[in-house]
Write a protein that binds this ligand. Sequence first.
Ligand code: ZN
Length: 366
Amino acid sequence: MRTGFFHDERCMWHGGGNYALTLPVEGLVQPMPDGFPDSPETKRRLKNLLDVTGLMGDLDLTRAPEATYEDLLRVHPESYLSRFKALSDQGGGELGPRAPFGAGGFEIAALSAGLVQGALASVLQGRHRNAYALARPPGHHCLPEMPNGFCLLANIAVAVEATFAQRLTERVAVIDWDVHHGNGTEAVFYDRDDVLTISIHQDRNYPMDSGDAEDQGAGPGDGANMNIPLPPGAGHATYLEAVERLVIPALQRFDPDCIVIACGFDAAAVDPLGRMMASADTFRQMTRMMLDVADDLCDGRLVAAHEGGYSAVYVPFCGHAVLEEMSGSLITAPDPLAKTIELRQPSAHMQAVYSHLITDLEDLFF
Ligand code: ZN
């Protein structure tokens, strides 16, 4: 069985909003062509790099249908979906902070969720040994009733609920290593014990008021939500240490049927919306660790859903590294920034500070 690569060019046609980075263009903020950070370029250049190196030939390029209204209704109330669809039909607009969309945005967002849903179902049904969904728009900030932070539908939550409804799985773990807090996925499953949600993120980046380590779930879901906030500047070694000492023990304790990665690349050292120091090799090694734990716990069932990542130059190399590991391909794309990022890693002294923080979190969680 091969690695599925779920993608659709129509996801690259999502647009809307007049932004320069995260600022609405107004007053003294000069308009900027393609200024909105969630540009199609970061994702399209990943697809192109896979084509150019030939790694795409080792993947099973697959399409999937849009998530249906019924699928979306398992997570989002009808009131939100109807407002979203109506505004999309009228040419687009905004229904939440930093979440613009253009004409047809509803259908493109449903397609993005559908790609994640297709990838998860395919792995659970044994058609692919693991799968990557190059989905756009992303999903992990979207709340049931409100789009947020470039996210219009809660892609992973929609996918998980669909596979529950199809009785393909009963326990799913979501590990979100996007640099921003996975607040939407957390919100959907906060009081549930059948979905473990873990988010490693830069403390107080976005949203600024969520992602605290003390937020560990509620009711039956108490203990099934784990936030790992890291200070700005944490790099390769800290990410691997957090996965080793916090994420893997949590996964072993939960014992999922399948692991889903909310795979953002904005913790990379050159990302304009993050202040962390990860490299392509960090994402490669975290993927390797997830593959190994998935082999131990759930017959290797692993799905990665693309989330953020705003360096059009660097995201492709990070994604390529993840897909090399997932597929086992020998085709590589050497990281042109590896040396630069390595030289910028925190000093041994700072590394020890970060290790102390991880020890504090270990005491809190276990
Ligand atoms: Zn992000």
